[in-house]
Design a protein around this ligand. Structure first.
Ligand SMILES: CC(=O)SCCNC(=O)CCNC(=O)[C@H](O)C(C)(C)COP(=O)(O)OP(=O)(O)OC[C@H]1O[C@@H](n2cnc3c(N)ncnc32)[C@H](O)[C@@H]1OP(=O)(O)O
Ligand SMILES: O=C([O-])CC(=O)C(=O)O
Length: 423
């Protein structure tokens, strides 16, 4: 790989050597050597906005690794809580570290009664659970004012544990409220995914017995969704974190970014799309409307993956295990047909559009009984550990505040006219 690129300054005709650092043009050196020239990259398609040692993504080869561990191995052998530890601390925990980590997380699952009573129960009866979640996360910052002291590493870690622990409680609380069911307190005898399932579905004391296959499937989905380098929501997290706002406010911003249908909201949109297609026979017409540019194929395409998303392959396999318990999701055949048609069509091939993580996950969630509105919430629970790992990394790197420039395209200076003189 070249160590520098030569750029000719067309204002002066001078050639300038700009160093390349880790495969990217060093923007700091660029700015010093060519002051007054900006990179115009509004969607960051050609910009590395961070240096990070958390997640490695090779979109051409379809490779995803957390801290060097292939996603396939983690999905097969690990648990979400172990992966969360790995993302935050950089190494897999020893048995003693894992015990202490899961003990800490388990004992921070409760939320303040006012969050439940005043916030969650204060929403309109048909509030979207994702909107409730975003607001409740932001509200947590007012319950833990010490979180502002982000210079103290022990304060940072305490908030990380609280946030990872409380997300399932907030998520299930949002669901229970939206269907008019009473709130269920965490059952700290249960593991992370089973506790969440208990808070979602429990109707009678003393315990909710989660099906072990479904509980494990949910844990695998949590592992797969935990991090994905500089995606839109993580970029929001790092941006807000760079202003040294507290981690609850930064996480609320990240969750808000995830809510959008181009990002985490796509899992909900996929099921709506499959339901609208309705039957196997309508797939060709639907694909034609996508190719005509009338709509997008939800759950397809990715800014980084230009081959099959490795998580989609694992989710497909997990779906088979879930359907053994729940019965096959009737939308599966439409999804498979859609994939088959798309992957043999030049429109999708030439644009390298493949199923992404959101394409098959919704089929599992739906078969497990989650309402559509909960799908993005299910994504936010594990992505919280990734967001926080990036937040911590940014603080440890003491990154500068995120502050891009713009290309001003408005009018030049003009004179103010009093209102009566304006035509
Ligand atoms: C967890 C996640 O966030 S994963 C992504 C979840 N989002 C979705 O599944 C929504 C559907 N997908 C999309 O909208 C996009 O593929 C995104 C947002 C994921 C990525 O967008 P970008 O990287 O900006 O790709 P961009 O919009 O430039 O598309 C490139 C080309 O592929 C086409 N394209 C991209 N995605 C799709 C799609 N899902 N269906 C049809 N065409 C598509 C575009 O129309 C464009 O074609 P053109 O070159 O003829 O104009
Ligand atoms: O990386 C992205 O752009 C989207 C994302 O979060 C993911 O695929 O998990």
């Amino acid at each position: 790989m070249a160590e520098s690129v030569t750029i000719v300054d067309n204002r002066t005709g001078e050639a300038v050597e700009i160093p390349i650092v880790n495969g990217g043009v060093d923007a700091g050196a660029f700015q010093k050597l060519l002051p007054g020239i900006w990179f115009f990259d509004p969607a960051f398609g050609a910009t590395a906005a961070a240096s990070s040692s958390i997640t490695e993504l090779d979109g051409e080869a379809g490779i995803l690794r957390y801290r060097g561990y292939p996603i396939e191995q983690l999905a097969e052998q690990s648990t979400y809580l172990e992966v969360a530890y790995l993302l935050i601390h950089g190494e897999l925990p020893t048995a003693a570290q894992y015990d202490s980590w899961s003990h800490e997380i388990t004992h921070h699952t409760f939320i303040h009664e006012n969050v439940r009573k005043r916030f969650m129960e204060g929403f309109h009866h048909d509030a979207h659970p994702m909107g409730m979640l975003v607001s409740a996360i932001a509200a947590l910052s007012t319950f833990y004012p010490e979180a502002k002291d982000i210079d103290d590493p022990s304060v940072r870690m305490k908030q990380i544990i609280r946030l990872i622990a409380k997300m399932p409680t907030l998520a299930a609380g949002a669901h229970r409220f939206s269907v008019g069911m009473p709130f269920v307190y965490p059952d700290n005898d249960l593991d992370f995914p089973s506790n969440f399932l208990s808070m979602m579905w429990k109707i009678a004391e003393p315990h909710y017995e989660a099906d072990p296959v479904l509980s494990r499937a949910l844990d695998v989905l949590f592992i797969l969704h935990a991090d994905h380098e500089q995606n839109c929501s993580t970029t929001a997290m790092r941006t807000v974190g760079s202003s040294h706002a507290d981690p609850y406010s930064a996480t609320a911003a990240a969750a808000a970014a995830l809510y959008g249908p181009r990002h985490g909201g796509a899992n909900e949109a996929v099921i709506r799309m499959l339901t609208e297609i309705g039957s196997y026979e309508n797939v060709d017409d639907f694909v034609a409307s996508v190719k005509a540019g009338d709509r997008r194929m939800q759950g397809f395409g990715h800014r980084v993956y230009k081959s099959y998303d490795p998580r989609a392959a694992i989710i497909k396999k997990t779906a088979d295990e879930v359907f053994e318990v729940t019965g096959k999701n009737p939308l599966l055949d439409i999804a498979l047909k859609l994939e088959e048609v798309a992957l043999s069509d030049d429109y999708f091939i030439s644009r390298k559009l493949y199923p992404n993580v959101d394409f098959y996950s919704g089929l599992i969630y739906q078969s497990m009984g989650f309402p559509l509105e909960m799908f993005t919430v299910l994504f936010a629970i594990p992505r919280t550990s990734g967001w926080l790992a990036h937040w911590l990394e940014g603080l440890e790197q003491n990154v500068r505040i995120t502050r891009p420039r713009q290309l001003y395209v408005g009018v030049d200076q003009r004179e103010y006219q009093p209102i009566e003189q304006r035509g």
